[in-house]
Every structure is written in structure tokens, then in C-alpha cells.
Design a protein around this ligand. Structure first.
Ligand code: DC
Length: 231
């Protein structure tokens, strides 16, 4: 029986990564964080001091980059042209830059092709902004995960605090709102709740609850396909 493609989309700090990683673990699937791919291209552009408006150069840069996502201890290591950039892609500067290069259609085309290859055989939990709408519109299970702006800002702020980054909460809230506006307002593949996506509001939910809910929906979907109850 074919394993599912589970698409999880949502705005910054909605809990996508934690949920997707845990769902993959619960089901024995592969976790794929597509945002990491946009971040890797953004990091390379910043290092080369390319203008983030230089569309053609950025498309070429994306096409000439080798990005490997490697499963590691339930998470994912991100390799850019053979270099481990897992930590480097998580700075606020790279966050903003990735959302800026993600508006470029050609960059998206390159990365979407990679993502489709990665999920072609099913058995993946893929998270991003356009997975259920563009990358895998036929995904057997689609989730649109969200939470209040304040909750999302607090989660992101806590992550930065834990890493020792000094950034204040008000600034974090401002940054996520700016990124949301860009991600949802862009012309190509904007963030929206895809047709058939189950809306999950994680504001008052623990990460584990979110993951178990999605895993339960996945088992139900598998059960509906096979006519069996899957535990
Ligand atoms: O999920 P993230 O915050 O790591 O993603 C970084 C940026 O990449 C995000 O602001 C928008 C972009 N992105 C996208 O446009 N499409 C995706 N499927 C994933 C991320």
C-alpha cells in the first residue's frame, strides 16, 4: 500500500516544524522542511552579497545549489553544497531574506521540483507554505496549522532566547507579521488554506497534542483507503 503524502502549511510559529517532525516519527515517515531550502538559498545569496531583488541571479543561484535534507535524530540536517548549514540558516536575517527570495517564481520552480522528487513515493510529512496548494495538491492529507499572532511571536522569541540570541518580543511580533504579509500577499504560491485542508488552531494546544491529532487523521485516512482500522 502506498504511504501518504502529508502536507502541513501555515504561517511562522504555528508549530509546523515540531508537529511535522513528531508526526513523521509517530508514523515512521520522512520529515521534510521545505522552508529550510528557501533559507539555504537565502544564506548563499547573503554570503555572496547578492541583491535580493536580483531575480535572474537568484534563480541561477538556486539552480546551481545542491541542497540535501538529511534525517538526523528525529530532526533534519541541512547541507548546502556539502556544507552543514543547519544552524546558520536560523538567524532572523536569513528568515527575512528567505521570505524575500520566496516571492521569485523561478526560485520556487527550482525548489518545488526538488520537493516533488523528494515526496514522489509518499511516506513524507512535508511542511511549508504551498505544499497542499502547489507542491502536492493531491496530498492524501492536508493540514493548515495556525495560532494567534501573539502566541506565534512568543514561541519564536522563546526559541531565540534558548539559543542565546538577544531579541525582544515586540520586535519578534513585528518581524513575524512582516513575514506573514509577504508570504500571504505574494503573487506566486501565496500562503493560504488549500482546498480540503483541515484547519488546526494550535493557540491553546501543546505540541504533542497537535502531532497526535495529525497522526490520528493520517491513520484514519489510511484506514479509509484500505477499509481497515490502523493503530
Ligand atoms: O518555514 P520557514 O519559516 O523556515 O520558511 C522560511 C521562508 O521560506 C518563509 O518566510 C517563506 C518561505 N517558504 C515558502 O515560500 N514556501 C515554502 N514551502 C516554505 C517556505
Amino acid at each position: 500500500m502506498r504511504k501518504l503524502v502529508i502536507a502541513i502549511d501555515g504561517p511562522v510559529g504555528s508549530g509546523k516544524s515540531t508537529a511535522a517532525r513528531r508526526v513523521a516519527e509517530l508514523l515512521g515517515y520522512t520529515y521534510i522542511d521545505t522552508g529550510a531550502m528557501y533559507r539555504a538559498v537565502a544564506l548563499k545569496a547573503l554570503r555572496r552579497k547578492l541583491s535580493l531583488d536580483a531575480t535572474e541571479e537568484l534563480v541561477m543561484l538556486a539552480g546551481a545549489s545542491r541542497i540535501d535534507l538529511r534525517a538526523q535524530d528525529g530532526g533534519q540536517n541541512v547541507m548546502l553544497d556539502g556544507e552543514d548549514v543547519t544552524k546558520e540558516i536560523r538567524t532572523p536575517e536569513v528568515s527575512q531574506a528567505s521570505s524575500k527570495i520566496a516571492v521569485i517564481e523561478g526560485v520556487r520552480r527550482v525548489l518545488v521540483a526538488e520537493q516533488r522528487r523528494a515526496g514522489a513515493n509518499g511516506g513524507v510529512v512535508m511542511e511549508g507554505r504551498d505544499i497542499g496548494s502547489v507542491v502536492f495538491p493531491e496530498a492524501e492529507l492536508k493540514i493548515f496549522l495556525t495560532a494567534s499572532d501573539e502566541t506565534r511571536a512568543q514561541r519564536r522569541w522563546r526559541e531565540h532566547q534558548q539559543k542565546g540570541d538577544a531579541i525582544d518580543l515586540a520586535r519578534t511580533l513585528e518581524e513575524i507579521r512582516e513575514r506573514d504579509r509577504r508570504d500571504a500577499g505574494r503573487e506566486h504560491s501565496p500562503l493560504f488554506r488549500a482546498e480540503g485542508a483541515v484547519l488546526v488552531d494550535s493557540t491553546a494546544m501543546e505540541a504533542e497534542e497537535v502531532a497526535r491529532l495529525i497522526a490520528m487523521l493520517a491513520r484514519e485516512t489510511i484506514g479509509n483507503q484500505t477499509g481497515q482500522t490502523v493503530r
